[in-house]
Design a protein around this ligand. Structure first.
Ligand code: FES
Ligand code: FES
Length: 158
């Protein structure tokens, strides 16, 4: 099978990879780029563990072919920390004990980030809607929603 040479932009950095045509973005992130913060749960678009941001939208990386991600701006959980400082969402999740096993957390935070980027002050219903595709087996969601709400109340740089 012939391989594809792709140029991917992830967390602001350009990567070149040579992959099989059917390789998923999730596998390229984890196996080729070693960005293992993005998790694989179901592999069929139902759990949200693999959520990344592509051109501003939260997407399930298990459902995206790496080839179709070429030319897009992709962000993973590894791209959130800046100069050694965690993103406010990451800090709020810790403060609110919004994680236990942590498996859902990267995807949950990326869905929350996509929401806050387009709607900095969402309602509780909008937060619930934004994370409705992210399953958590541990927390019961309350602390997750509270963490996101807290960040939505922070003053934002315009
Ligand atoms: S691993 Fe992608 S949605 Fe579950
Ligand atoms: S913290 Fe365990 S699945 Fe969410």
């Amino acid at each position: 099978m012939s391989l594809l040479d792709l140029k991917l932009k992830v967390n602001g950095k350009e990567y070149r990879v040579r992959v099989k045509p059917h390789k998923r973005l999730l596998d390229v992130l984890r196996d080729d780029l070693h960005l293992t913060g993005t998790k694989e749960g179901c592999g069929i678009g139902e759990c949200g563990a693999c959520t990344v941001i592509m051109d501003g939208r939260a997407v399930n990386a298990c459902l995206v072919l790496a080839a179709s991600a070429e030319g897009k701006e992709i962000y993973t959980i590894e791209g959130l920390e800046q100069d050694g400082k965690l993103h406010p969402l990451q800090e709020a999740f810790m403060r609110h004990n919004a994680l236990q096993c942590g498996f859902c957390t990267p995807g949950m935070i990326m869905s929350a980030k996509a929401l806050l980027d387009r709607n900095p002050h969402p309602t509780r219903e909008e937060i619930k809607e934004a994370i409705s595709g992210n399953l958590c087996r541990c927390t019961g969601y309350r602390q997750i929603i509270e963490a996101i709400e807290e960040v939505s109340r922070l003053p934002r740089e315009e």
